[in-house]
Design a protein around this ligand. Sequence first.
Ligand code: TRP
Length: 370
Amino acid sequence: MNTTLLTAGPETLASGSPADPLGTSVAQARSAHLEELIREDPGRFRVLTGDRPTGRLHLGHYFGTLHNRVRLQDLGVEMFVLVADYQVLTDRDVADDLTGHVEELVLDHLAIGVDPARSTVFTHSAVPALNQLLLPFLSLVSVAELNRNPTVKDEIAHSRQSAVSGLTFTYPAHQAADILFCKANLVPVGQDQLPHLEITRTIARRFNDRYGNGTAVFPQPDALLSSAPLLLGTDGTKMSKSRNNAITLAAGADETARLIKGAKTDSERHITYDPVTRPEVSSLLLLAALCQERTPEEVASGIGSAGAAALKATVTEAVNEYLAPIRARRSEYAQDRAYLHQILREGNERARAIADATLAEVRTAMNSHY
Ligand code: TRP
């Protein structure tokens, strides 16, 4: 794998402009180009992606990111899936059932088709050398830069914590360590994560400039923006675990039927796809369409004037049919907790070997080999 291949060039991701503060349009154009490169030669990419273990994943996660992970893996891209068990500490004050959440996250990945023989699933806390990168990385960003990060600002504004912790403030630099420890050159993200990726790129560039002696120790990874549309939850707002409006991958068929039955719609009997004026109905159509690989318009015309009840019946059937094999695999793996832990042990071991090698390189570059 050539990690420096994508680090330079005029189309490199730029910082946002006032009209496009996250730099989304540049990242979108870049992503389309990257998709071509992936199809041509998947072997030149290493992907790092991850989630905070906060519980079971839902359909919003699935069509937003999870589906894309399996797609990349199956295209032949090497993949690292991080269970961000340190970053999750930014979310809460209280000790939670972390082990349980980690297990659920691994289960969800196995169920959707992440293959531990091809992809490395690992946790932050088991990879000391990854975490050690945080120190030199923090020296390369200013407090003002951390302070400006719009994603962190937003998280602080919506935080359930009583005070902003130092970890919350600095986690974008930690996320740079997540990505750079394995020299990933591709990070599939939603647009809310673009500012973090920009910090990662800045850290990589500054490290190389300051310590690289003319060589690039770290690649400047690219964001791969997913084109996945936003799914709404059953109450018509963004699908999210904390809003209690989500359909999880693990939910049973009956529970799914009940949740969809209670979903918000509108009083117009004729079903049409119009995301602007009919967001709730359109999101349900979109969900059925994603499950059936049809367009939402096609789903809508199949329902016509049969009303919301018919729409919900269609969506329920589509979701349950689509998720049936995923759910079957999930319950099979759920029987065997020892296997889940074995997957993590093996992934952690692999991640540790890579992190140790990177840290050794960093020490050499920084002249701190004693
Ligand atoms: N910040 C991501 C989230 O909140 C999780 C995450 C941690 C991550 N480290 C990462 C994502 C590195 C991509 C790359 O979901």
